[in-house]
Design a protein around this ligand. Structure first.
Ligand code: 5GP
Ligand code: MG
Ligand code: MG
Length: 178
């Protein structure tokens, strides 16, 4: 598995440090707001699990599943909702937890959706940001790391459902998906 990685972009230590920093900032911003943190499955699962333990205030969590990728290493641009929320978000403070914002198509779709569901306030925390490939004018409110235009895996991010369990963010060798 590790033989398929070309380069480690963000190692375990750097992830731990940055997640703690994001947690501290979110804690300060959301004190007294009783937010719902919504993980976008499956990519944000590892990040979400670490992040919520760095936010020691009352909060709730929920998940939804959106996909735009299929088994390709390239976005199709069409976002599909594969599993919906279990909670009512009307009037609530929502913090969406994403693994990566790439074209921005997923985020744009989700922001529209939460607006129409009547959420009081919707913000986004994304572990990674790949600004070079943006097709929509969206930006996350909290960003872990800005990364170059490379296909990355690990710490929740997959290629064809593999590599999510790598403890770091690494660039996948091109020969694996080309
Ligand atoms: P977007 O809609 O912003 O193009 O991207 C949405 C989703 O595409 C992300 O949440 C993520 O699941 C996937 N994605 C985008 N870039 C990468 C990448 O470099 N690696 C992996 N594993 N997934 C990515
Ligand atoms: Mg995602
Ligand atoms: Mg994926």
């Amino acid at each position: 598995m590790i033989a398929d990685i070309q380069e480690i972009l963000v190692d375990e230590k750097a992830l731990e440090k940055r997640v703690a920093e994001l947690g501290e900032k979110i804690t300060a911003d959301y004190r007294g707001k009783y937010p719902i943190l919504i993980g976008i499955l499956k990519g944000s699962s590892v990040f979400m699990a670490d992040l919520i333990r760095k936010i020691p205030i009352p909060l709730e969590i929920d998940f939804l599943k959106a996909s735009s990728y299929g088994a390709e290493a390239r976005s199709s641009g069409v976002v599909q909702l594969e599993a919906d929320l279990s909670m009512d978000v009307k009037g609530r403070s929502i913090l969406l937890i994403e693994d990566i914002v790439d074209t921005g198509n997923t985020l744009k779709y989700l922001l529209n959706r939460f607006e129409s569901l009547g959420a009081a306030d919707v913000k986004v925390c994304s572990l990674l940001d790949k600004p070079e490939r943006r097709e929509q004018r969206v930006i996350a409110d909290y960003i872990g790391f800005e990364i170059p235009n490379e296909f990355v895996v690990g710490y929740g991010l997959d290629y064809a459902q593999k590599y999510r369990n790598l403890p770091f963010i690494g660039i996948l060798k091109r020969e694996v998906y080309e």
